[in-house]
Design a protein around this ligand. Structure first.
Ligand code: ZN
Length: 237
């Protein structure tokens, strides 16, 4: 009889223990849940008070042993030609022609610098200008935007190219430097020339660079030459 009563007692007690155990584990889960919630809230507050700063872009080191003369001659920061705005990312390279036959890279650089007065009311500039002798002038750091390519100013690097006559075809020296410079930029920013190297024409339909809009096959040749040069540069040639 006694044994039977003890068994009954045990049977009666067991569910109570289970209930206690269950409520303990629910409390534990609730605690974990509360900690997770608190952690999430703290992270939210921290992100609101101290938002993560985007990594500032850096000027890449210049090409090693370039085949062209490259001069950094930055124009002063001003609203018209060097707004000083950060170029957050580089998704492409836009090629232009200066549209002023026979003008030099230095002449065009000084023209952009001269816009700073605001007297002409013209917004214009370019990161690079490739001259008639193949010389290259960099007017704007690659960490800032230029005023060259309309709505693509925010994610592209611009190259203005000098040309001897109104047709706008590039001279041999100019062409070689343009290919060299564009291939270097494509390697630095991991761009695919067949998609990411574009004409001003491809941005807004402007006839720029004129000869390479009028002669699409000549433009395709530029892209092909850039691709070949990229591979050569990568393999150290
Ligand atoms: Zn243009």
């Amino acid at each position: 009889m006694k044994m039977q009563r003890e068994k009954e007692m045990q049977l009666q007690e067991q569910p109570q223990e289970e209930v206690q155990e269950a409520s303990k584990s629910s409390v534990r889960i609730l605690k974990i849940f509360a900690v997770v919630l608190l952690w999430g809230a703290l992270c939210g507050v921290a992100l609101t008070l101290f938002p993560p700063q985007p990594r500032p872009p850096r000027e890449p080191p210049p090409p090693e042993d370039p085949k062209y003369e490259i001069t950094k001659d930055y124009i002063p920061v001003n609203p018209w030609s060097r707004p000083g705005k950060v170029l957050e990312q580089v998704e492409g390279v836009v090629i232009h022609y200066v549209g002023n036959p026979g003008s030099s890279a230095k002449g065009n650089r000084d023209y952009f610098a001269g816009l700073a007065s605001g007297e002409t009311g013209v917004y214009a500039s370019s990161h690079f200008i490739v001259g008639l002798e193949g010389e290259v002038i960099q007017c704007i750091p690659l960490t800032e935007i230029s005023h060259a390519s309309n709505h693509r100013n925010g994610d592209t690097i611009s190259i203005e190219v000098c040309h001897p006559d109104a047709a706008g075809q590039f001279s041999l020296f100019t062409y070689d430097s343009l290919i060299e410079l564009t291939a270097w930029l494509c390697n630095v920013y991991e761009l695919d020339p067949s998609e990411d190297v574009i004409r001003h024409y491809d941005v807004i339909g402007k006839r720029c660079p004129r000869y390479y809009v009028d002669h699409p096959e000549a433009w395709m040749q530029i892209l092909a030459d850039v691709e070949v040069r990229m591979e050569e540069l990568t393999s150290g040639r």
